[in-house]
Every structure is written in structure tokens, then in C-alpha cells.
Design a protein around this ligand. Structure first.
Ligand code: SIN
Length: 532
């Protein structure tokens, strides 16, 4: 086993928008920081984000008249279906302009430049406030800028290292990471650990997420004893490119911005899907649109609907939405001439490891930021394009919290990784059953079936990165299912066919922790970040 000689002040797990923002800020604050990724720095989910960053930039000449942070807060709360923590929403959204300025100092370039930045609109937004880069390649531009800053500043980057455990000392405080690569295991001593691992899209058979989104951070947090919440709210993007019946793995995204700029959802017979469903029509919050599509697919006996974007014409489609155009072209569709076949796919984990608005979790020395964290910003359904903003703001804040909490005197020893066997379910069966029973439209019988699949495990020693992913997926599935079974109502992304309406008694978050046997169970916290 390798035990790195050095003890770092902060080990950041994940190199997407939140992780790199945190690592760069930590280095700026003088902390010894290392960013760890199981693949390569650029190979996360951030690179696939299309639509943009939702932000109200004050003083910007091109700000839409009448838009304000208050209006952005109101849209976020409406989308979140009663479960956002309003104080968290306010502080995170208000910090957006500074975060975007900071990102620009790392070299990110937005469409329209500094003075006339272009804005688009996505589901749930009542204003054009989503800024973008490369047309529909916002995530790729952010990742490029942050990764290039990290490399030029010689930030310590540990690639190809999967994290199998957050190590703690005998007081329960974080002391480092257990690492794993194809050659064996190792230990990295760290005074603090920031989870910035992204989400769990690979829990489902079809997802817009990269292959690396295997719920790693959620599992690491749960096993370290952290409180998690809102796990039942897995957001499905309404429009992933439909690649054919039963298509598995990462499905190309067809950004909501395309609808923000006039594209229309039609069913297979050509009838509009969103007419009469919601006052915002096709730009209703994402949970509403995804549910309406799901109902229409069931009613028409198909597995997709159509998105008509032909009004753009070929030149404008290639200019404004090059990523979508290229994805369509790769499967022989010309979106300038024919409607794009689309279907909902798993997209975003709204809940996660509970943090305060500085990124602190309930475990001393453990921080979380980005999709893996539950700050209270998203509630029961994330407002489109709020997540890149959250990653920027919370990555920076988490680094600052680590610096503020830092005590030089403490130097962790070399903690030993636990040698316990971990329960692992069959990945394929897990994905199929999560898609069948824990997607849009759940009921108690289906959730019980999925729980049985997640519980049909063998106990294995974790020897390879793939084993670590399988164990993380197994635990993440059990945690999502425990929360989904407990919430006997429909709210936001959690749509139950046996409890079709929201219930006032459930206007609160459900926390999940591990019990003494390592099983995820709903807990009864008095208060999570302001939401009882
Ligand atoms: C999109 O471009 O539609 C996705 C943006 C997001 O998930 O926030």
C-alpha cells in the first residue's frame, strides 16, 4: 500500500466546476491542496452541461429590464415546489455575479463577450437570464478554463485515483482518503476533504450523465457518517436525444434553451404536448415538462416525443446549438428539416450530502460542494442552469470554510482503511430496476421491487475502481429508494402514482443516514438548513 509522505490541508475529490473552483481558491488562500479524480481532470459531467449559468448580472447593460435577484429567487422557489431553503437560495444566487467574474478571470469566455453577454431562457425561468458559451457548450468552456488555470498554476492533480473511503481518526474527524487504482491501494493524509464528485445518473439505464457519475460522493459521505437529504428528488431532463428503444448509458442532451428560443414539443401524432399543462407552457419547470412528456408517451404508446426546432434553419442551428446539431447529425437527423426525437432521461441529483451555505457537512473536516451536496438551493426540483452557478459559488465558499476552520497544530496520523467487505448488487439489474420503478412515476410496490434488487447483494472486498463504483451505486440506490418510499406524496421530481398529490405534512426534507448495519434509513432531524 502507498502512503503518500505529504499531508495535505485539503483533498478535493472531483475536478468538475465545484472541485476545480475550490482547489484553485484553496491554493490562492495558501492551503496545500490536491485535487483527486478517478479518471482525467476534464472527464466529468461539467463538460456536458449545455444551457448555461443562470445569473442576474447587475450593472450589465444587457440585463433584461425588470430582472432581479429577487425574481431569480422567486423562480427558484417556485421550481423547488416548497422544499427550497429560502435563505440558502438568496445567498447563493446573490453571490452569482462575483462567481461569474471570478470564472472570467480564469479565462472563460461567454457568448457576447463582457459588454453584451447573450442570455437565453430555460424551463421555470420567467426572464432571459441564462448566459452561455460556445452556443450550447457552456460546461465545456468552464471546464477548459478552470482546468487550464489549474495546470498553469501547477495545482497538484492526482488523476486515475478512485477514492474508496473517507478516513477518520478516532475522534471521528476527517484524516484522509483511501485511494485505489488498477495497481493497488494507497492512503492520502488530509486535514480536510471536500466531496465534489457530481451526481448519480449512472444509477439509471439511460442518463444524460457521464459514465463517471456513479454516486461516489454520496456513498463516501454516507459511510463517513454524514447526514444526507432530499435524495428522492432525482431530476429527469425532459429532452435527451432518443437513440432508439432500450438505449442505455449516456444519452446526448438537447438543451432546454432550444425551447427557450422557440422549439416546440409535439407528440408522435404532431399534437402539442404542453398546451394547457402549465401557464409557462413548454417552459414550465423541468419536472412538469418531463411528467407531461411521460404521460403523453404512455397515452400514445411510444417511448419518445418530438421537438420541432426547424424554425431556426440550418445556419442558425449550427451557430447557436452546435453540440445539439452535431449529436443529431451523428445519428442521421437533420434538425433543421425534421423534428428531433426526444425522451426524458435521468439528469440531476437535487439532494445529497447536507451542507450549510459554506459547504460544511455534519462530519468535522468533511465538506461538500456541487451536485453531490444538498445546500437547500434546489428543493424538490432544481431550476434549470442553477447548478453551474451553485458549483462556482459553493466551491469557492467551501475552500474558504476549510481555510477558516484550519488549525495548523493538528497533523493526522496515517489512518488505516477499513477492510470490511461491502455489499455490491449487479449493476445492470440495478440500473434496469431503478429506471423501471424509481423514475418518473413510482409506487410502493415498484419501489419495493427495486429495493429488493438493490438488496440482492454479495459482500465483496473492494479491490478495483470498478468495484468501488459498484458499491457506491448499490448504496446510492438503497438511499434513494429509502427516501422515495418514505415520501408518500408527489412533489417536484418525486412523482408517485399511488400518492398523486402533494401533502402539507410532507413539506419538509427527509434526511437519510446509515444505521449500525450500514443500511440507509430515513432519520428525523429537527432541522436541515432551515427546512424542518
Ligand atoms: C440544459 O441545457 O437543458 C441543461 C441545463 C441544466 O441542466 O441546468
Amino acid at each position: 500500500m502507498t502512503a503518500w509522505e505529504v499531508t495535505v490541508d485539503l483533498a478535493v475529490v472531483g475536478t468538475g466546476v465545484a472541485g476545480l473552483t475550490a482547489a484553485l481558491r484553496a491554493a490562492e488562500l495558501g492551503l496545500r491542496v490536491v485535487a483527486v479524480t478517478k479518471t482525467t481532470v476534464e472527464d466529468g459531467n461539467t463538460q456536458w452541461a449545455q444551457g448555461g449559468i443562470a445569473v442576474v448580472l447587475p450593472g450589465d447593460q444587457s440585463s433584461p429590464p425588470g430582472d432581479s435577484v429577487d425574481a431569480h429567487v422567486a423562480d427558484t422557489l417556485a421550481a423547488g415546489a416548497g422544499l427550497c431553503d429560502e435563505a440558502a437560495v438568496r445567498t447563493i444566487l446573490a453571490a452569482g455575479p462575483a462567481a461569474v467574474s471570478e470564472l472570467r478571470t480564469h479565462g472563460a469566455v461567454f457568448d457576447g463577450g463582457w459588454t453584451d453577454v447573450h442570455r437565453t431562457r430555460e424551463g421555470g425561468h420567467r426572464a432571459y437570464r441564462v448566459i452561455h458559451a460556445g452556443g450550447d457548450a457552456t460546461g465545456a468552456e468552464i471546464e477548459r478554463a478552470l482546468a487550464s488555470s489549474a495546470r498553469s498554476q501547477q495545482l497538484a492533480l492526482l488523476e486515475g485515483q478512485s477514492v474508496s473511503e473517507v478516513l477518520r481518526d478516532d475522534t471521528g474527524r476527517v484524516a484522509g482518503l483511501a485511494l485505489l487504482d488498477e495497481l493497488g491501494a494507497g492512503v492520502l493524509r488530509a486535514r480536510a476533504v471536500l466531496l465534489a464528485t457530481g451526481g448519480l445518473g449512472q444509477l439509471y439505464a439511460a442518463s444524460t450523465n457521464a459514465d463517471v457519475a456513479t454516486g461516489d460522493g454520496l456513498a463516501l459521505g454516507l459511510r463517513a457518517g454524514a447526514l444526507t437529504a432530499d435524495l428522492e428528488f432525482v431530476q429527469f431532463h425532459p429532452t435527451a436525444l432518443h437513440l432508439g428503444t432500450g438505449s442505455r448509458g449516456r444519452q446526448p442532451l438537447v438543451t432546454e434553451a432550444i425551447r427557450g428560443e422557440g422549439a416546440v414539443l409535439l407528440d408522435i401524432a404532431g399534437a402539442p404536448v404542453m398546451t394547457g399543462v402549465h401557464p409557462l407552457g413548454g417552459l414550465a419547470p423541468r419536472d412538469v415538462v418531463a411528467a407531461a412528456i411521460t404521460r403523453r408517451m404512455a397515452a400514445t404508446g411510444t417511448d419518445h416525443v418530438l421537438l420541432d426546432a426547424t424554425h431556426f434553419g440550418s445556419v442558425e442551428l449550427r451557430r447557436r446549438f452546435p453540440t445539439v446539431h452535431a449529436a443529431c447529425a451523428s445519428v442521421g437527423i437533420d434538425p433543421a428539416c425534421e423534428p428531433i426525437p426526444v425522451a426524458p432521461a435521468a439528469h440531476y441529483q437535487c439532494g445529497g450530502v447536507v451542507t450549510d451555505t459554506s459547504g460544511r457537512t455534519t462530519v468535522p473536516g468533511l465538506y461538500a460542494a456541487g451536485e453531490v451536496a444538498r445546500t437547500g438551493l434546489h428543493g424538490a426540483n432544481r431550476l434549470a442552469s442553477n447548478s453551474l452557478l451553485e458549483g462556482l459559488v459553493m466551491g469557492r465558499r467551501a475552500a474558504e470554510a476549510v481555510a477558516a476552520d484550519f488549525t495548523v497544530s493538528r497533523c493526522p496520523g496515517v489512518p488505516q482503511p477499513s477492510r470490511e467487505l461491502r455489499p455490491v448488487a449487479d449493476r445492470d439489474a440495478l440500473q434496469q430496476s431503478m429506471s423501471a420503478h424509481a423514475g418518473i412515476g413510482r409506487d410502493s410496490a415498484g419501489l419495493a421491487t427495486a429495493s429488493a434488487v438493490a438488496g440482492a447483494t454479495t459482500r465483496r472486498r473492494i479491490r478495483t475502481p470498478h468495484d468501488a463504483e459498484d458499491a457506491a451505486l448499490t448504496l446510492a440506490a438503497a438511499a434513494v429508494l429509502a427516501a422515495a418510499a418514505a415520501r408518500t406524496e408527489s412533489r417536484g421530481c418525486h412523482l408517485r402514482t399511488d400518492h398523486v398529490r402533494p401533502a402539507e405534512r410532507w413539506r419538509r426534507s427527509i434526511a437519510v443516514v446509515l444505521d449500525d448495519d450500514g443500511i440507509p434509513v430515513p432519520a428525523e432531524p429537527a432541522l436541515i438548513g432551515g427546512v424542518a
